[in-house]
Design a protein around this ligand. Sequence first.
Ligand code: HEM
Length: 377
Amino acid sequence: MTCPYPYPSPPLPLSVLNAAAANEPAAMQSFYADLRERCVLLFDPDSNGWIAAHPALAQAALQHPDLGVRPPGQAVPADLRGRPLGAVFALWLRMRDDAPRAAEKLAVQAALEGLAPTFLQQVSKQQAELALPLGWSHWQWASLPCIVASLLGIKMTQAADQQRLLTKLAALAMALKPPAERALLDAADQAIADLAEELRACAAGPLARALQTQAQELARADTPDWWQAQALGLLWQGYEAGAGLLGQALLAAARSAASAPPDLAGCHSLLQAVLERPGVIHHTRRWALRDCVLGGQHLRAGAALWVVLAGGEPAPPALLGFGQGRHQCPGQALSLHIAAAALWQALQAPALQAAPQCLGHEALANARIPKLMEPAR
Ligand code: HEM
């Protein structure tokens, strides 16, 4: 069992909080198509937030200097403050809009871009091969974060190593979905401590070495754990998004099973199709850092927004599945490369040619992650 979430069906009508988990693709597509036609910000009383759904509004929100990724004055959620998880959270690029992060983002991007494609291919194949015997669900959740872990130098030579990593990432997932109980926060702190210790103790892999070099160039001597926090952030970012991308792509491959299994280029095309319609990350959150205006609508400091990233018909002018602007995903090229290799490996595994069954979708507001099960034999 690799997935930490319960599986309720989303109630109708669909809303921005449950559309990503809808089991009926047509209903979900039509929900987003209606939203995307609205050229103004919509206020959603249920979530007490504004929805930026029209592609032009969504792009403007992602580029807006006064819209940040955390509510003003709350750099770290109250229940994480003073905890090890809170300390790394405060350094994650995804959670900051302060001035130094622009240089840090370039540093992390450079570290990711420096990884050799042939080595990425080799590590992806190894990790997918280790994961596949444990079933589709394990392969779906394990592949991307275990490839990143292996690139960092963390020992990933057995399926049990992969399971241990997934248990830790599941602990982070539970703690990062408020309100989390104290026991869940303690478990996440322990996971952070364990992962930090593994990073300290292992022989640094190419990604860890690249992050360490970048840390020296940034002169982050004030924060010796900077590179480790970024490493943990990269592990975390590939977890749910990776499971959604691989899960959806595997189901798409199964639907086209009449044709021959795709080659590596075909796997890239499948991933691209997943990202275009509807995509994996369906929306992201922003808060007004100060009073400001978006699309003609005045927003008071602290106002919350849902920025819709989901693709669909008609195709939006720009693909937003990896975000845009200063928080755009720096793992886009890496994740497409390693996901294609992991998918290709899966489609060639003779014992696993039987298509997976889809049991529905994880009950997550922002990500569409199919729940995969082995077919009945
Ligand atoms: C190994 C895989 C991945 C890594 C290492 C990674 C890394 C990251 C990082 C560090 C950020 C924060 C960037 C910032 O705030 O400046 C980010 C943002 C993002 N990532 Fe990825 N990512 C991965 C996979 C994916 C995948 C597979 C998807 C979607 C299918 C995705 C979608 C996004 C989106 C939409 C954002 C922007 C969120 C926002 O603007 O609020 N990522 N990613």
